[in-house]
Design a protein around this ligand. Sequence first.
Ligand SMILES: [Zn+2]
Length: 404
Amino acid sequence: MPDAHPINSFVGLQKHIVVRWKRHHKSWIELWLEPREQAFICYRCRAVFTGYHDRTLVRLRDLDIASHRVYLWMPRHRVDCPRDGVCREATHLARRGARCTKRFEKLLFTLTKDMTVKAVATLQGVDWEMVKNAEVRYIAGLLRKRDLDKITDLGIDEVSEKKGHRYLTLVTDIRRRRVIWVGRRNDRAVIRAFFRWFGKKRSRRIRRVVIDMHDPYELELRVRCPRASLIYDHFHVIKPMGVAIDNIRRRIQGQLPPEGRRYLKGSRYLLLRPSETLTSKQCISLKELLDLPGNVELTTAYLLKEDLRAVFRELDPKVARTELRDWKRRAMESGIPEIIDYVKMLNRRRFGIQNFFRHRQTNGLSEGFNNVVKTLKKDAYGFHDWRYFRLKILRKCGKLESGD
Ligand SMILES: [Zn+2]
């Protein structure tokens, strides 16, 4: 078959020509390829040879031609290199060991952005492992190209796979709003592993780290970037106050006679939601609940919580600090044990809170992460295939592809 044959322009290969082809059942085509030039390159030293040692034919899936599935029969040569011995030749059409061409892999990768692995496999008539391998390889390539040298602000977040157990640690580049690293579990060793990967040189550039109030993270961070300001995300500072209110509610509920308990049943939502997000009907229910004679402590705690939220909304660091001091005094005066414990906790962690007032840096990405992880778990087989799951998270939240 001459080079000018139209099939060659359809297939569009640079270094090979089609020498024979066969169409099967109107649905798939087989093409036999030969190299255009008798030049074989040693994959190790890149030396070029005019002859080869031996050759085998491999069958590769390629891009479709007019709804025909295309399979290429490509010769793979081995050269007799004086330096490296008998060596395989360098090819650009397909990776070693792959059962499809690189351009077909790229198609699979593109499709997996919005489709599940299974759906892509069905659409293209290949097995899911080929799809998954294509995706893994491409993501790994994109990860190597990332620029991580200018990062100054890090966010560290824990995300639970299920409620309360099996945690992930996500490290984010706050300025560029992307996840740069994913670790299993949420202990001190994870942070150590992160910094080992991140490197000393880059760690020295870190100026601010936003964390939740999780001690293992903090302890390791003090060792790894001693010069960085540790900032508590206000969301995580206020959250334990909600837990305190819930504990008060439960304590009061336990002391009430059975007929009184029903008033508090289902009130958790009303008490913990930010007041401005309640509907007018919910506001009335909340007022009724707080007006009940036995609920003085609950009312005090609720008002304190709403005040605390206002303190964290204050933009002037100096005013915010004064207001927080004032708030703590009132909270201590309430005499409610749960609240007193909370204030003690705030005192222990005052530096991270003051840093928040100063920088007002938050890790605004964390809200979405939980949902992303949940969605991905189904397609990436969650923790059963950890490596793949990790890469999927980085693809989804790492801004690896242009247009993300
Ligand atoms: Zn060689």
